[in-house]
Design a protein around this ligand. Structure first.
Ligand SMILES: *Cc1c(COP(=O)(O)O)cnc(C)c1O
Length: 311
């Protein structure tokens, strides 16, 4: 259904990169699908396959009001003929509350709105079992697609990059994508992660997801030894941004015609730019993973009143 060949590896050229001997490429997972945003399909793919193997009716998953993951799940399930249920944080919301929730509904996703307190229990086994009693024969995917199969789907991405590279760069939310990437690297390659949440323990979170996936401790340590954390570019935290970040996204788009979003990819590219400016990347071949997300960020972009992609 989704052709991975659509995700091209696009070279980025500039005199300042040349001067530093840097080769930069953008892996365009944002081109995979308009609603099944970039890495969200990577994380869902093997879960969808598992769902068919189990003969489940559909996928039940969790997300906030503007969740790229909910939208991706709704769209992916619609395309393959599975049902979908989204447990949404916030019982004041309705399926009309915003464009993302409307779009989920139009894909046939059944939205169930729960209080913030109840939503806290989303990873609790007893809570999930209760949900499955009420919604029988559904397959549960955690918030953000953060499970073993999600991770493995992102590992696959690395094998699809034909260009040789030294460093791959990714924004980090649940760290499912970064875990998969780390597992796909060879010994000499490095992963630079840019957490978009304030105070996020990148290595700890990656360790925890890998342990939950029953990986051996020394294999985890080995995978994590290739990770570089660039944790000063969250711009105040999740869904927070500054005018400087918006200005950066606008000028990047003006120059390269690639849209970044102010929640994930804009922060990651900004961080990479700073690392490049510091000299830390001199002589490196770098792949920046464009994880998509411009769709989900539409409301924040509109609210800012900033003409991001007009010029
Ligand atoms: C969800 C998302 C991420 C974060 O991926 P994780 O696997 O949760 O770390 C990064 N970029 C975009 C655009 C996303 O939508």
């Amino acid at each position: 259904m989704i052709d991975f060949k659509k995700s091209i590896v696009q070279p980025i050229q500039s005199a300042s990169l040349d001067a530093r001997g840097i080769e930069l490429f953008v892996k365009r997972d944002d081109l995979l699908h308009p609603d099944i945003s970039g890495n969200k399909w990577r994380k869902l793919r093997f879960n969808v396959i598992q769902c068919f193997k189990n003969h489940n009716a559909g996928i039940l998953t969790f997300g906030g009001a503007y969740s790229n993951h909910l939208l991706a799940t709704a769209a992916a399930c619609a395309e393959v003929g599975l049902k979908s249920i989204g447990i949404v944080r916030g019982d004041e919301l309705t399926s009309e509350s915003n464009a993302i929730l409307k779009r989920c509904t139009s894909y046939g996703m059944e939205l169930q709105f729960v209080s913030r307190e109840l939503y806290q229990l989303r990873n609790d086994r007893y809570y999930q079992e209760n949900l499955l009693i009420q919604n029988s024969n559904y397959y549960v995917v955690p918030e953000g697609g953060a499970n073993y199969l999600g991770m493995i789907g992102c590992q696959e991405l690395v094998s699809q990059i034909e260009q040789p590279f030294d460093v791959i760069v990714s924004a980090q939310g649940t760290s499912t994508t970064s875990c998969g990437l780390a597992l796909g690297l060879d010994d000499s390659q490095r992963l630079m992660v840019v957490p978009v949440l304030k105070g996020y323990d990148s290595i700890g979170e990656m360790q925890s997801l890998m342990s939950r996936s029953a990986m051996a401790e020394d294999a985890i340590d080995f995978a994590l030894s290739s990770v570089l954390v660039s944790d000063e570019y969250h711009f105040g935290g999740y869904w927070k941004y500054t005018w400087e970040l918006l200005e950066f996204i606008r000028s990047f788009h003006n120059r390269y015609r690639i849209k970044l979003d102010p929640i994930y990819t804009g922060k990651a590219m900004y961080a990479l730019q700073k690392e490049i400016d510091s000299g830390a990347m001199d002589g490196k071949r770098i792949v920046f993973l464009h994880t998509g997300g411009v769709q989900g960020a539409q409301s924040i972009i509109e609210k800012s009143g900033f003409d991001l992609f007009g010029g």
